[in-house]
Ligand binder design. Structure first.
Ligand code: GLV
Ligand code: MG
Length: 314
């Protein structure tokens, strides 16, 4: 759709914990570098007061160029296309710090054209600056009904896309959900009010080989609440979740990694399947592992768990 050549980039980076840091706060930007989050996103959008946004662009450029972000995926969240800030956010940050930036996060995406517009702008900047064209990825946030209805087209809109990200706070507001606690169930419904939204995002992401990321949980002093909400999206297959506070980082890393028991079992299934399909094992299509029959589909499921565990260094 955009004509951007896909750069030879491994777009499946670890993103169990995606730490949000206000782009206007140099102290927080410094602190974030020492935290064990898989990804850090420097925010020019809602965590940044309108009067500070212009200055924050330069603070973010400085932090990307002079900070130590080794081992982390670096992302900047720009303002959405309905504001007047977006193009200058992108130009200032990418021209100033492109080589130290992995992705741009686009909030409140409503249709595929908004992703395509960002892709085109990135391509022009990369060409002008002599950067590798197509290297910088895009994360698309789904935060309103229009975005969700168009999520399949959004997920197909650019080879730069790496993730589809659920934005529960804006989403709840946009659909008039009756709760003020982000991530918590609205009283009176009696079932999981997020299931459809999460599944819709997950299907679109998986259909296009993208990662699916769950958004923030704002009760930062409630680890049990964080655990409960994070476990829901992790159980469905989401790859990670935002963290707004240092205390949430370890929780996300744990919840979005397989348990040691599941990881060990997955490796066992892979070994057993390899053996049964080999000549020595009789070239069979299935085998018994204890009381469980395993076959090619079991191998695929085990590969998902083992892959996550290996990425987490298990
Ligand atoms: C995140 O941006 C949200 O709105 O939840
Ligand atoms: Mg939002």
């Amino acid at each position: 759709m955009t004509g951007t050549p896909a750069a030879a980039v491994n777009r499946l980076r670890p993103r169990r914990s995606c730490l949000a840091v206000p782009g206007s706060n140099p102290r927080f930007l410094e602190k974030a570098q020492g935290l064990p989050a898989d990804q850090v996103f420097l925010d020019l959008e809602d965590a940044c007061a309108p009067l500070l946004k212009e200055k924050a662009r330069h603070t973010v450029v400085d932090a990307l160029n002079n900070g130590d972000w080794s081992g982390k995926t670096t992302v900047v969240r720009v303002n959405d296309w309905t504001t007047h800030w977006t193009y200058r956010d992108v130009i200032t940050v990418v021209e100033g710090a492109g080589p130290n930036l992995d992705c741009v996060m686009l909030p409140k995406v409503q249709d595929a054209q908004q992703v395509a517009a960002l892709d085109l702008l990135l391509t022009q900047i990369e060409r002008t600056m002599g950067f590798e064209v197509g290297r910088i990825g895009i994360e698309a946030q789904i935060e309103n009904a229009k975005g969700l209805v168009n999520v399949d087209a959004i997920a197909a809109a650019s080879p730069r896309l790496e993730t589809i990200v659920f934005g529960p706070a804006d989403f709840m507001a946009s659909i008039n959900m009756k709760s003020l606690v982000v991530g918590e169930q609205p009283p009176g419904y009696g079932a999981d009010a997020y299931h459809y939204i999460l599944m819709r995002i997950l299907m679109a992401a998986r259909a296009h080989d993208l990662q699916a990321i769950d958004g923030p949980y704002l009760q930062v002093r409630n680890p049990d609440g964080y655990r409960e909400v994070a476990r829901r999206s992790a159980a469905l297959g989401f790859d990670g979740k935002w963290v707004l506070h240092p205390d949430q980082v370890a929780l996300a890393n744990e919840i979005f990694s397989p348990s040691q028991e599941d990881y060990d079992r997955a490796e066992l299934i892979l070994d057993a399947y390899d053996y049964c399909t080999s000549e020595a094992g009789g070239m069979k299509g299935s085998a018994m592992l204890g009381d469980e029959m395993i076959d090619e589909a079991s191998r695929k499921m085990a590969l998902v768990v083992a892959g996550k565990g290996r990425a987490a260094g298990m």
